[in-house]
Design a binder for this molecule. Structure first.
Ligand code: NPG
Length: 387
């Protein structure tokens, strides 16, 4: 367990909520829609700790529309302003561990809650002069930076030729694992062509984002011959039993993403045989602390995990990279370089890929420093909540 008690508590003065508009370098199509621009809510906690002024940032990964999950960015901002922050403003001092506990009575909204928790943790770590990687115990003993393998997620392409050209580009960039978005009609043929292009040794997996039904077991079993790492979230998020049925029918391991929203639910899904591999996304599960609990649980149960992505800016990516260095993350995550999605990031040292790997940040805080000028240039609105 990580030593959160070693971090100084915050006396929060105010919280600034920023909305930023970040165009993507290319449209990203999934089975639930096309993303061309991210409209992102950022939470900035301004506080004092040990008498010094400190600032911490968290990124809310909710999308503009409630298509990936029920959360969406306008609602995330509203619940943050009207329900979440007011419940936190009543205490003298605040810690990251307090956030989840104090917000427990509010149902849902894990992405909004997770962004607040991350901002508080970032401020606490900065006050202590410690990195998230250090808190997690994932720094190296020999002074060399920790490296994690970098996977890339490839959107659905109408034409197989276009898909192959895109995948080849990512192979040239050095990505060590390819994830293909699939949906009915864009699956077997696409996977077959990509497997042929990348050869038998490059790890490959697919993500359906809930696009199939229980009756698709035999169809999905046709993917077995392509020797993939996993099939991610083939069925709707509530259908845990359906995933267990598919896991019995399909040889390729079934991985859950959207279905996993807590450690308790993850344990149940594992017990039911529905979750052979887990995708851990801090935002989806309410924050990094719950993500760590899910990691610990899966490590104990022998269930491999990997770190998912939500097209984060460097704020979320830096922290994800540290998380993904924990020992249970035995599969490459969706921790691609910043330039896979953004021409310009809002942090000073965006995540880069070198030899297929990303360096885990070790600067104080959650793993990034804000580039204030760029951030200002992409900010669309700011609102301030006094504590
Ligand atoms: O590298 O951040 C990334 C993208 C990884 O494919 C990715 N995310 O369902 O996992 C997903 C998917 C996603 C895309 C989620 C768009 C939300 C929006």
């Amino acid at each position: 367990m990580i030593e959160l008690d070693a971090l100084p508590p915050l006396i929060v003065e105010r919280v600034e909520l920023r909305r930023v508009a970040m165009p993507l370098v290319a449209p990203f199509r999934t089975s639930f829609g096309v993303e061309s621009e991210r409209d992102i809510l950022l939470v900035n906690v301004l506080a004092t700790a040990n008498g010094d002024a400190v600032s911490g940032w968290g990124e809310c990964v909710a999308l503009a529309e409630p298509t990936y999950s029920a959360e969406y960015v306008d609602a995330a901002q509203r619940v943050t302003e009207q329900h979440l922050l007011p419940r936190l403003a009543v205490v003298e001092t605040l810690t990251a561990a307090d956030v989840g506990r104090m917000l427990g009575a509010i149902h849902g909204h894990p992405m909004a809650k997770g962004a607040i928790e991350a901002a508080v943790l970032d401020a606490q770590l900065r006050a202590a002069g410690r990195s998230f990687a250090d808190l997690l115990g994932v720094t190296t003993d020999n002074g060399l930076p920790t490296q994690i393998p970098s996977g890339v997620s490839v959107g659905i392409h109408e034409q197989v030729d276009d898909l192959l050209a895109t995948v080849q580009g990512y192979l040239d960039d050095g990505y060590v694992r390819i994830k293909l978005k699939i949906e009915p009609g864009s699956d077997i043929e696409h996977v077959a062509a990509v497997r042929e292009l990348i050869g038998p040794d490059t790890p490959l997996q697919v993500d359906a984002n809930t696009a199939y039904r229980r009756t698709d077991g035999q169809h999905l079993a046709r993917l077995d011959e392509f020797d993939m790492l996993l099939i991610e979230q083939p069925l709707p998020e509530e259908d845990i039993v359906g995933h267990a049925m598919l896991a019995a029918e399909v040889e390729t391991p079934i991985c859950l993403d959207e279905s996993l929203v807590s450690a308790a639910g993850t344990a149940d899904a594992i017990d039911l045989g529905a979750c052979e591999i887990a995708n851990i996304k801090p935002g989806r599960v309410g924050g990094y602390l719950e993500a760590i609990r899910i990691h610990d649980l899966c490590l104990e149960r022998g269930v491999p995990v990997w770190c998912g992505g939500m097209i984060e800016t460097g704020i979320g990516r830096g922290a994800n990279a540290a998380l993904a260095a924990l020992p249970g993350f035995t599969l490459p995550g969706d921790i691609s370089a910043s330039n896979r999605f953004y021409a310009q990031d809002i942090v000073t040292d965006p995540i880069r890929i070198v030899d297929g790997h990303v360096t885990v940040p070790t600067t104080p805080g959650m793993g990034f420093d804000i580039d204030a000028d760029v951030l200002d240039s992409v900010t669309t609105t700011t609102s301030i909540i006094e504590f």
